[in-house]
Design a protein around this ligand. Structure first.
Ligand SMILES: [Zn+2]
Length: 115
């Protein structure tokens, strides 16, 4: 395995593990206040991590074309922050895949979602 392959494999494994662990945490943890507080930090932290991987890859000459992702990352992060929410009434993690429509009500209990 080439060094380039190892770097990108490590990148995908780290992002997959953090994504899976985050998905489990935000869906299964019972502490609604903690999940609401950590959700923005989780989304922003993942974006910063992806940006760091890209900058390391570019700085070490692995791939210059990855720079195109950097300006898109804030848009993806904003979209994730806007489209995901946790219901304060029942604790369900809500995510809408309609990019220009924000979910106003919980998909499980129908309560109005707080920002
Ligand atoms: Zn609910």
């Amino acid at each position: 395995m080439k060094q380039n392959d190892t770097f990108f494999l490590a990148f995908f494994v780290v992002i997959a593990v953090l994504g899976f662990a985050g998905g489990l945490f935000f869906r299964l943890n019972n502490n609604v206040k903690l999940r609401k507080r950590l959700l923005p930090q989780y989304h922003i932290g993942l974006a910063v991590l992806v940006a760091l991987f890209i900058l390391i890859a570019v700085a070490s000459g692995k791939s210059l074309s990855l720079l195109i992702v950097i300006p898109i990352l804030p848009l993806i992060t904003w979209s994730n922050l806007r489209n995901s929410s946790i219901c304060e009434k029942c604790g369900k993690f809500n995510y809408t895949y309609l990019y220009f429509v924000k979910a106003e009500y919980c998909g499980k209990c129908g309560a109005k979602l707080q920002p």
